[in-house]
Design a protein around this ligand. Structure first.
Ligand code: ATP
Length: 594
């Protein structure tokens, strides 16, 4: 396919935020692609070159892309900078500056653009800046104006067509799996295990739905995490688990999926499947020793530990490490971490996803040689509320945030990417406020007044409605930000600014600035109430009213480990609302069942 044809599809995708329309455009696009082009186009359309977990970063600096544009357009760098200042976007500037020039033949093919971009992303070391500029100039000279706009947006890491994975899965299922529900589930299951849309697409295109059987768990490819439902009390947990369950400490840290190859090479992935290996070199070093039988894929929670007392420290300590490439050694000494393992997905004998949880846990215990740093998550099988309460109290005393109940049933397999009652979280209740924090997506900003003049004074937050694939507002939050945090907000939010309300955001409030749903942050509040203004779970409790969080407060925790669709869902908010109506707030850690 010519790249010029692909960008006509991009124009159409860019013009809508409606999932059904996007799906229709994508199906049309899939019809036009050869199996070889399929993978490349799916990566490009998400602004990627390789599956996210490989960490191939495009994002060249604006100055470098500006230099390339100046050279391709025969203008000075100053002219380009000035034009960008006016248009606000290097992509559109490229489009207009290159418009008067005729592109050099032959026309660009999609595969050539992909190869060029990959070369740009991979160039490193001495002379790499020049190589990047050279490769970009070569592409821009052969590109028409609209093609240049998209090439520039892609290299800058700012394509943002808003095409989400779920929409691509819909389109793939419609085209290759007959659009049936069962077909859609198979396609998603293959994606959950491989975490690579392009691979799933290629298999579908060449071998049909049966080809998906080839998607096997492999060390080095992260699996999408299994997630938990929540419950308002321990009696409810036990009854959902048929009276008997394995309770585990619910450590409050960072979820880590560790892949240890036969030769001991280790990679760590976050809940969003980003590579965390560089952030925790001590885990990469110690995991092979703790897991002598390999290959293995294990999961656990990484928490900061006080080196003097061996006590668990607050999560914030470990989040300080994120994004810090420098002073990592100091951080390792100051904030040592410990990994509490709770599951095994792959053992030397093969994948264990289809085994029940008790079998996996027993295997994990066999495989692990625990040491100071790599340990087994504390677990106890309980069959009464009293036993459960005692274990819960113990976990709180140990610095955890509650318990995870895990099903012991035969069907308790590892359900990649799914949230269900096979795992139930039950957290510490607070003397004041709602039983749980909420992870909200920033969709809007309100200009500050007084001391906050010239900055954002408050943010509009939304939950994700999975059924409708859209974001529904539930609060406007202004408290909990310190001065430094406030000063940072405009920069953090800049990449997501929009001129008008996105179609996939519902709110009765109109902020001063809309944002493309991307950034997720954690808030707490006093309670959930009904509101005519907010749109979360609108009409579910009462016609004309949505759910709103009263007295919301930012906890200081950005959930960089979550994408917008991983935020708290409208359905979860509804569960929280219902549990709060049934159960007034009690004392922290107090007897829930008394
Ligand atoms: P979710 O992952 O359910 O979207 P979240 O990321 O906000 O929500 P929580 O709701 O607090 O986190 O609980 C789920 C997380 O708890 C898991 O993803 C995992 O990181 C963590 N966790 C801590 N201890 C355990 C354990 N023993 N078993 C499973 N998960 C645990």
């Amino acid at each position: 396919m010519r790249f010029a044809d692909l960008v006509t599809f991009y124009d159409r995708l860019d013009a809508t935020t409606k999932r059904l329309e996007m799906r229709a455009v994508l199906v049309e696009l899939l019809d036009r692609l050869s199996p070889e082009e399929l993978g490349e186009v799916l990566y490009l359309s998400q602004g990627l070159l390789r599956p996210e977990y490989e960490g191939v970063e495009l994002g060249v600096a604006d100055s470098l892309a500006g230099r390339a544009l100046a050279e391709a357009a025969g203008r000075s760098e100053e002219e380009v900078t000035e034009a960008v200042r006016v248009s606000g976007d290097l992509g559109t500037t490229g489009e207009s500056l290159l418009a008067p020039l005729r592109p050099h033949p032959p026309p660009l093919e999609v595969t050539e653009v992909y190869a060029g971009l990959l070369a740009i992303a991979k160039a490193s070391g001495e002379g790499s800046q020049e190589a990047k500029v050279g490769a970009l100039v070569a592409l821009l000279r052969r590109a028409g104006p609209s093609e240049s706009k998209y090439i520039l947006r892609i290299v800058l890491g700012r394509l943002r067509l808003g095409v989400r994975e779920m929409t691509i899965l819909d389109a793939l299922a419609q085209k290759y799996a007959g659009g049936t529900r069962a077909g859609r589930e198979k396609v998603e299951a293959a994606f959950n295990v491989s975490s690579d849309l392009a691979r799933v697409a290629r298999l579908l295109a060449t071998e049909g739905i049966e080809g998906l059987a080839k998607v096997r768990l492999e060390v080095g490819r992260p699996v999408r995490a299994m997630l938990a439902e929540r419950s308002p009390d321990l009696a409810d947990v036990l009854s959902r688990m048929d009276g008997r369950t394995a309770l585990e400490y619910k450590y409050d840290g960072l979820r880590v999926q560790a892949h240890v190859r036969e030769d001991g090479t280790t990679r760590l992935f976050s809940r969003r499947l980003e590579d965390l290996s560089g952030q925790f070199p001590e885990l990469v070093r110690d995991l092979p020793r703790a897991l002598p039988h390999r290959p293995v894929i294990v999961e656990g929670e990484c928490v900061p530990i006080d080196p003097d007392t061996d006590e668990i420290r607050p999560f914030q300590d470990v989040s300080r490490r994120r994004g810090r490439k420098y002073d990592l050694e100091r951080m390792q000494a100051e904030v040592p971490v410990c990994l509490f393992l709770f599951d095994v997905l792959l053992a030397p004998e093969g994948p264990l996803l289809d085994r029940s949880f008790p079998l996996r846990r027993a295997r994990l215990a066999e495989l692990l040689r625990p040491d100071e740093r790599i340990r087994l998550a504390k677990q106890q099988v309980v069959a009464s509320v009293d036993e459960a309460q005692a274990f819960f109290d113990e976990s709180i005393a140990a610095g955890c945030e509650g318990v995870m109940a895990k099903s012991l049933a035969e069907g308790s397999t590892y359900r990649a990417g799914a949230r269900g009652f096979w795992w139930i979280k039950y957290k510490r209740e607070y003397t004041q406020g709602l039983a749980d924090s909420i992870d909200g997506v920033v969709v809007g900003g309100f200009s500050g007044r007084g001391r906050r003049a010239g900055r954002y004074g408050a943010l509009l937050l939304a939950v994700y409605n999975e059924a409708e694939d859209r974001f529904e507002s539930f609060c406007k939050v202004g408290s909990g930000f310190d001065d430094v945090g406030l000063a940072e907000l405009p920069t953090r939010l800049k990449p997501y600014e929009l001129d008008s309300a996105p179609e996939d955001v519902m709110s009765g409030l109109t902020p001063d600035r809309w944002f493309r749903p991307s950034l997720v942050l954690e808030v707490r509040g006093a309670e959930l109430s009904l509101s005519p203004i907010h749109r979360a779970a609108f009409g579910a409790i009462r016609p004309g009213a949505g759910l709103a969080l009263r007295f919301p407060r930012f906890t200081g925790r950005y959930r960089d480990d979550k994408g917008p669709t991983d935020a708290t869902t409208a359905a979860e908010l509804l569960t929280l609302y219902r549990s709060q109506v049934k159960q007034p707030v009690r004392d922290a850690g107090g007897s829930a069942e008394a």
